[in-house]
Design a protein. Structure first.
Ligand code: NZQ
Ligand code: ZN
Length: 385
């Protein structure tokens, strides 16, 4: 097992009706800014619950954080925070709102051009405002991690940053908040959590026995609950399992002490930045093709994945690997998510554009062996046409 440091200070408050706990979770004297996305938080009644729980605290609001949050929008929130001397942020939404809040928390305390936070991937963040979250969409794990992804609209640049200063202080996870999600977002959430797990599991063996079993358990849980999560939106236990599984997939635990890939994410971010494809859908396009292209360096783990996750035990090594990749693709497609660029009306011009953007953003040595060069990315994307 590789050496590691594990740190995760986020308190999780999980269950039905837990939004009311904000009354105790947010400091009584805080000057609070609630951040949210489009219309959903108001329409579902979650914002009303949040306002009620905050009681007579001084509270302001900032709405309009878009999916794939933009730097341009978030800087308006930063201005409000500084102008109004806000000292506590509360994100109400999915990964985009939470990521956006992380950026606002860091940028409000940052001296200099805040875009540098993204350019330096967070290494220059030395402090941030404290913030909590009310999660409404299980997918990203942002509610219990220290990463965020922000897009600069003007240049189609989608970059991530990480900092120990942007872990949420707390996150409220009420599975009933997911009941209003459209099937498209549930499907996205399942795929995102699945690929987060794969990016930290399907690399090469380092004798991380518990991490492997834990990752396989998360993958099998997602496969098991997926049909019901789509068909029965108000099945509490199914949604509770989806919510907690998605959190566990990217809260640092399964990634501790093992190699990590993340190439599907980096290539996928370019597809979102250029063409606006939902984050999870970009992963569904890239991952099956990437697993096939990297089958030699990932061979041992692909065979383990085939056997333990998909119970594939007959045939040659290559046949079992082929079958495991095919099952992965079929799983994504069964959720209504196309795994081909053509499913999004994109052709070879998109391959050229993505490869060019990867080069511009320095994404030229991706993967657990840093062997995914722009040429390999091109091969992966061409096989996904
Ligand atoms: O904007 P509103 O009206 O609120 O609607 C949202 C949005 O349109 C809607 N929604 C959210 N909760 C709802 C709801 N609709 C009905 N009922 C509810 N309870 O869902 C839509 C999508 O929301 P969004 O937050 O964009 O989705 P998601 O949680 O998938 O977040 C995606 C973003 O997270 C980043 C992605 O790159 C992308 O920008 N990621 C963040 C990560 C992290 N911080 O660790 C890791 C991930 O790999 C990912 O990159
Ligand atoms: Zn993701």
């Amino acid at each position: 097992m590789q050496s590691f440091t594990f740190y995760n200070p986020t308190q999780i408050i999980f269950g039905r009706d837990k939004v009311a706990e904000l009354a105790h979770l947010v400091p009584a004297s805080a000057k609070v800014l609630i951040l949210y996305g489009g219309a959903s938080a108001e329409k579902t009644g979650t914002l009303a619950e949040v306002r009620a729980a905050l009681g007579d605290r001084v509270v302001q609001e900032f709405g309009g954080i878009e999916p794939n949050p933009t730097y341009e929008t978030l800087m308006k929130a930063v201005e409000q925070v500084q102008r109004e001397k806000i000292d506590f942020l509360l994100a109400v939404g999915g990964g985009s709102v939470i990521d956006g809040t992380k950026f606002v928390a860091a940028a409000a305390c940052f001296e200099g051009d805040a875009w540098d936070i993204l350019l330096q991937h967070g290494s220059n963040v030395t402090r941030a405002l404290p913030f909590g979250t009310v999660l409404t969409l299980p997918a990203t794990g942002s509610e219990m991690n220290n990463g965020a992804v922000v897009t600069r609209k003007a240049t189609h640049t989608k970059l991530a940053f990480m900092s120990r200063h942007v872990f949420p202080v707390f996150s409220v996870l009420d599975p009933t908040k997911t009941f209003t999600l459209p099937p498209r977002q549930i499907a996205n959430g399942i795929v995102d959590a699945f690929v987060h797990t794969v990016e930290q599991y399907l690399t090469y063996p380092v004798q991380g026995l518990a991490q492997d079993r834990f990752a396989e358990g998360l993958l099998q849980t997602l496969i098991e609950i997926a049909p019901k999560a789509l068909a029965e939106p108000e099945d509490y236990d199914t949604r509770a399992n989806l919510m907690w599984t998605a959190t566990l997939a990217l809260n640092g635990l399964i990634g501790a002490g093992v190699p990590q890939d993340w190439a599907s994410h980096m290539i996928g971010h370019e597809l979102t930045a250029l063409y606006g494809i939902d984050h999870a859908r970009t992963l569904a396009i890239v991952l099956p093709s990437l697993l096939n292209a990297q089958r030699n360096t990932k061979r041992a783990k692909l065979l383990q994945y085939a056997e333990r996750v998909w119970h594939l035990t007959s045939g040659s090594d290559d046949e079992r690997i082929d079958a495991a990749i095919a099952r992965t693709r079929a799983f994504f497609e069964s959720l209504g998510i196309s795994t081909r660029l053509s499913g999004y009306d994109l052709g070879s011009e998109a391959v050229d554009a993505v490869v060019k953007q990867l080069e511009t953003h320095g994404m030229t040595r991706l993967g657990e062996h840093q062997d995914i060069t722009p040429q390999v990315s091109r091969t992966i994307l061409e096989a996904a046409l």
